[in-house]
Structures are given as C-alpha cells and as structure tokens.
Design a protein around this ligand. Structure first.
Ligand code: C2E
Ligand code: MG
Ligand code: MG
Ligand code: MG
Length: 280
C-alpha cells in the first residue's frame, strides 16, 4: 500500500542520513590522522599556452587515498571548510606546494608558475598573507612563481581586508587567478577593483562549447572581457580537439584539461616537463 511505501521510504531516507553523518565523522577523524601521517599528496596538472605552445605552469590538486579508496576533493574540501580543518590542511598544502615549486625552479624551469587553490575560509583568515610570506621564505620560492586561485565568492564581499590582502600579495609579486569564473555571484565590478592576473573559465562553459552556440557565446564574451581588461584567460576542463579549436578561434590564451594532460604525480609531472620542454 501507499502507506507502507511511504513508511519504507522514510526508513530508507533515515538510514541514508545516518550513513552520511557516519561517513562525515569517519572522514573528519581520518583527515586529521592523514595530515599527521603525511598521507595527503599533491598532483600537478600542466597548463598550456596556446600562443607560445609551451607549459606555463601547473595547478596543484590535493589527492588522498583512505584504505585504498580515493576521496574526491569535492567531498573532502567542503567538509574541511565547514569544520575549520581547512586552515591546517591549507597551511600544509601551501607550504608543500611552494617546496615542490621551488624544486622545479631549481631544475631550471625558472618561469614556471605553480597555482595553489585557496579556500574562502583560508583566504579570509586574518594571517593569510603572513602564511604566504612564510611559505615563500621557508621554501626559497620566488613570489612570481606562485599563483593563488580564489573563487568569486571571496571577492564578492568586497571588504577592505580582502582588497588589502590582494594588494599586499600583488606587491610581493604573487599572481592571482579567479577560479571557476562565471559560476559565482556574477558581479563584474570586482574585476576593476581588485588586482587580478588571470581568469579561469569554468569547465561547465567549456564542456559543450563546441556544440552549443550559447556556451560558445559565453566563453567568447569572457575572453573579450579579459582581453579588454588586460587579464590572462585560461579555459578549464578542455577534453577534446573540437573544444581546443573553438578556444583557439576565440583567442583564449591558455588551456588546462585532460586533452593536454591529467593531473600528474610530481615525478610524472617532471618527466612530462622534460619531455615537452627539455632544458638546454
Ligand atoms: P578546481 O580548482 O576548479 O580544479 C579543477 C578540477 O577539474 C580538478 O578536480 C581537476 O582534476 C578537474 N579536471 C581537470 N581537467 C579536467 C578535464 O579535462 N575534465 C574534467 N571533467 N575535469 C578536469 P579535482 O582535483 O577533483 O578538484 C575539485 C575541486 O576541489 C577543485 O576545483 C578545487 O575547488 C578543490 N580542490 C582541489 N585541490 C584543492 C586544494 O589543494 N585546496 C583547495 N582549497 N581546494 C582544492
Ligand atoms: Mg582551481
Ligand atoms: Mg576551477
Ligand atoms: Mg571547481
């Protein structure tokens, strides 16, 4: 009967809710242990310049295996953000990313830019700029080899603290990119108010741009906007040649995505660099 169906639906829902909470608790405990045990890993996804046809940098992406299972950043990062653990985790990511980036510079890739994702809670913490200063000086990484990726939400607040931090970072020579551009609160005024070096066009617009004229128009508009403001454009999530061709015809500066390379373990990224861009 419908009554018993409704009843069992309710039970299933209740079970799932219980499972979700149990999983979150498990992950909260496990991620703290993993940080202590150095079980987190950083992968590198190459970024290609379409103008110069060379690798201009890489985005650092967090990877974590728990009991043989990959835990996706899309699950992990929001949990860590909610509990505040992102502050400790983010410190570790930033420090490690700078050490690894300095390793690449020392190998001879002196112009390579390493991009690190910074979550909103991390960026708006009062001592964030000091953390960046410390990560750079501890690793010896020149500031111009570091890029920070922040999302539109951080800029939307438009408060003095945010502007002040961005200006300090810019003055140091650290680069700033807006991640997932076009998916957040779409206020364009921040593009003129804040010192932004790069716009990362979100993969949701790139995905169907070779078949959907509306997506293609959006990407073209973002590219033109960036060009007019002197901001570099990179397209995220480029998976095939047709997307690449569209982006080239529109005049997008750079791309990142599976078409060129998946995120790679550090050693494989170094191999990839050597293969594509042998040192003199
Ligand atoms: P994001 O910063 O926009 O990173 C790009 C995501 O797209 C990555 O997912 C990457 O693996 C994926 N990707 C790259 N190329 C392609 C492609 O051609 N097709 C498709 N379908 N996907 C592609 P990932 O590594 O799962 O990370 C997801 C999100 O988690 C990131 O989005 C970022 O917001 C967050 N995240 C990852 N690592 C970190 C980190 O170290 N710190 C912080 N705060 N957030 C991180
Ligand atoms: Mg990113
Ligand atoms: Mg993104
Ligand atoms: Mg994203």
């Amino acid at each position: 009967t419908s009554a018993s169906l409704a009843h069992s639906d309710y039970l299933i829902f209740d079970d799932q809710l219980g499972e979700t909470i149990a999983r979150q608790n498990t992950l909260h405990i496990a991620m703290r242990k993993a940080l202590e045990a150095q079980h987190f890993q950083l992968y590198f996804q190459p970024q290609l310049s379409l103008l110069k046809n060379n690798i201009i940098g890489a985005e650092v992406l967090l990877r974590w295996q728990l009991d043989g299972q990959w835990i996706q950043p899309a699950e992990l990062i929001p949990l860590a953000e909610r509990s505040g653990f992102i502050l400790q985790l983010g410190d570790w990511i930033l420090a490690q990313a700078c050490i690894k980036a300095q390793h690449l510079v020392k190998l001879g890739y002196t112009e390579l830019v390493t991009a690190v994702n910074i979550s909103p809670k991390q960026f708006t913490a009062p001592n964030f700029v000091d953390k960046v200063v410390a990560a750079l000086s501890d690793s010896g990484l020149p500031a111009h080899n570091l890029e920070l990726e922040i999302t539109e939400g951080v800029l939307f607040n438009n408060d003095y603290g945010t502007l002040d931090s961005l200006q300090k970072l810019r003055k140091m020579g650290v680069k700033l990119a807006i991640d997932d551009f076009g998916t957040g609160y779409s206020s364009l005024s921040y593009l003129k108010d804040f010192p932004i070096d790069k716009i990362k066009i979100d993969q949701s617009f790139v995905r169907n741009m070779h078949t959907d004229p509306a997506d293609q128009s959006i990407v073209r508009t973002i590219v033109n906007l960036g060009k007019n403001l002197g901001i570099t454009l990179i397209a995220e999530g480029v998976e095939n040649q047709s997307q690449l061709d569209s982006l080239k015809s529109i005049g997008c500066d750079e791309i990142q995505g599976y078409w060129y390379s998946k995120p790679l373990e550090e050693d494989f990224f170094v191999d990839f660099l050597h293969q594509k861009q042998p040192l003199p």
